[in-house]
Design a protein around this ligand. Structure first.
Ligand code: G6P
Length: 365
C-alpha cells in the first residue's frame, strides 16, 4: 500500500492532523458496538478487576483510561507494563480479565501477556489498530481502534484512537453492568461528539505552539508535570519528546515533585505544566509556583491563564488550550504535546518519522 504525505512534510505531522477525522469516525459504528457488547463474554462484564497490559504509548493510553473504567464501569483497574507483567507469578487470579492495548497487535511482550491470560482461562479483550494482527486473532474479543495505518514511529493518531475506543468501551460496559445511567451515557457521547472540533482548535494554533517550542533553545533536559488525567499525559508528552527530539524528558505527577524531582529544577530546566481548569488546578498551580520560585522555566498549557495563577508574569510561557470537560482533556492536551515534540524535533533537524534506535513494532522481547 502506497502512503502519501498529502502535502505534509512528515507522516507524523499528517497523522497528528488526521486525528479530528478519526475521532469523528469513531463516534459512529453504533451497530458494531451493539454487536460487540452482545457478544461480550459474561465473565468480562462481571469482572471485578481488569489488568490492562501494554507497552510504550499504548501503556499510557491504558493509564489514561483507568479512571474511565473506574468511574463509569465500577471496575477496578491495574495498568501493567507487559514486559514486567508477563513474568509476575500470581498476577492472574480468578475473577480477573485482561485488556491488551496495542497499535500493531504484534508487540512481543503484550502478546505474551495475552497468551498467559488465555492459558489461565480468564477473559481477554485486545484493543488493536491492526485487525488482522496476532492479538486480534488470539484474544477472546478484538475491539478495533480504526486509526488507519500509522507510519510515523512515534505513535500519535493511534493513541487518540485508543483513548476514544477505551472511553467508549468503559461507558458501554458501565451501561451494560448498570453502573452508568442513560443520562450520563448520553452526556459522555455528546462530549465525544465535540472532541473533533476541540482537537481542530488545537491544530489551528500550531503556529503558536511552534513559536513557544522554539524557546526551548538548546536545553538538554525537560520535565512534564500534571495531576489526575494529566499525569499519564505528562508521561506521554515526555516520551514523545525524547523519542523524536532526543531531548531528555521526564513526566511526573505534580504532587510528587517535592518528593525528589524538584531538586533538579534550575534556570536551565524547562517544565511543561498541564494545567486545565479542573478542581485540581489550584494544586497544580501551587506546584508550578514552587518550580518558578526555583527559577525553572515554565511552559503552562491551560485554558485559563488567570486561574493557573501566572497571568502576565514575566518569563512564563502560555500555550492557550480550548476549555473542555474532564473527559475531553486527554484528547485536547495530547494533541498540543504531540505538536511540541514534533516542532522541537524539527528545530534539532531530527528524523521525525524514523527516530534512531526505535522500531515501529517491537517483536523481540
Ligand atoms: C514501539 C513503538 C511505540 C509503541 C510501542 C508499543 O516502541 O515505537 O510507538 O507505543 O512499540 O507498540 P504497540 O504496537 O504494542 O502499541
Amino acid at each position: 500500500q502506497v502512503q502519501c504525505l498529502n502535502g505534509h512534510d512528515h507522516f507524523m505531522h499528517k497523522e497528528i492532523h488526521e486525528q479530528p477525522a478519526i475521532l469523528s469516525d469513531l463516534n459512529g459504528h453504533d451497530d458494531q458496538w451493539c454487536q460487540m457488547m452482545a457478544q461480550m463474554p459474561d465473565a468480562m462484564v462481571k469482572a471485578q478487576h481488569i489488568s490492562v497490559v501494554a507497552c510504550g504509548t499504548s501503556y499510557y493510553a491504558g493509564m489514561t483510561a483507568r479512571s474511565w473504567f473506574e468511574k463509569y464501569a465500577g471496575i477496578s483497574i491495574s495498568v501493567e507494563f507487559a514486559s514486567e507483567f508477563r513474568y509476575r507469578a500470581g498476577a492472574i487470579r480468578p475473577g480477573r480479565a485482561g485488556l491488551f492495548i496495542s497499535q500493531s497487535g504484534e508487540t512481543a511482550d503484550t502478546l505474551a501477556g495475552l497468551r498467559h491470560f488465555n492459558n489461565h482461562g480468564c477473559p481477554t479483550i485486545a484493543v488493536v489498530n491492526v485487525p488482522t494482527s496476532a492479538m486480534a486473532r488470539e484474544a477472546e474479543m478484538a475491539v478495533p481502534t480504526r486509526a488507519g495505518s500509522e507510519i510515523g514511529v512515534a505513535s500519535t493518531k493511534a493513541f487518540t484512537a485508543q483513548l476514544a475506543t477505551l472511553l467508549r468501551l468503559a461507558i458501554e460496559l458501565g451501561s451494560r453492568n448498570g453502573t452508568l445511567d442513560t443520562k450520563n451515557y448520553r452526556r459522555i457521547r455528546r462530549e465525544m461528539e465535540e472532541m473533533p472540533n476541540l482537537v481542530r482548535e488545537v491544530l489551528s494554533n500550531e503556529h503558536i505552539i511552534k513559536s513557544v517550542t522554539s524557546l526551548l533553545g538548546d536545553c538538554t533536559s525537560t520535565l512534564f508535570v500534571g495531576r489526575g488525567d494529566c499525569y499519564p499525559l505528562a508521561l506521554e508528552g515526555a516520551l514523545k519528546l525524547k523519542e523524536i527530539s532526543y531531548i531528555h524528558a521526564e513526566g511526573f505527577a505534580a504532587g510528587e515533585l517535592k518528593h525528589g524531582p524538584i531538586a533538579l529544577i534550575d534556570e536551565n530546566m524547562p517544565v511543561f505544566v498541564l494545567a486545565p481548569d479542573t478542581p485540581l488546578l489550584v494544586k497544580t498551580s501551587s506546584n508550578a509556583r514552587e518550580i518558578a520560585a526555583r527559577n525553572g522555566k515554565l511552559f503552562v498549557l491551560t485554558d485559563d491563564d488567570e486561574a493557573a495563577g501566572f497571568k502576565g508574569e514575566k518569563g512564563v510561557e502560555f500555550i492557550k488550550m480550548p476549555p473542555c470537560t474532564e473527559d475531553q482533556i486527554p484528547f485536547v492536551y495530547v494533541t498540543a504535546l504531540q505538536l511540541i515534540s514534533y516542532h522541537a524535533a524539527l528545530d534539532r533537524s531530527a528524523d521525525v518519522d524514523r527516530p534512531r534506535n526505535l522500531a515501529k513494532s517491537v517483536t523481540v522481547e
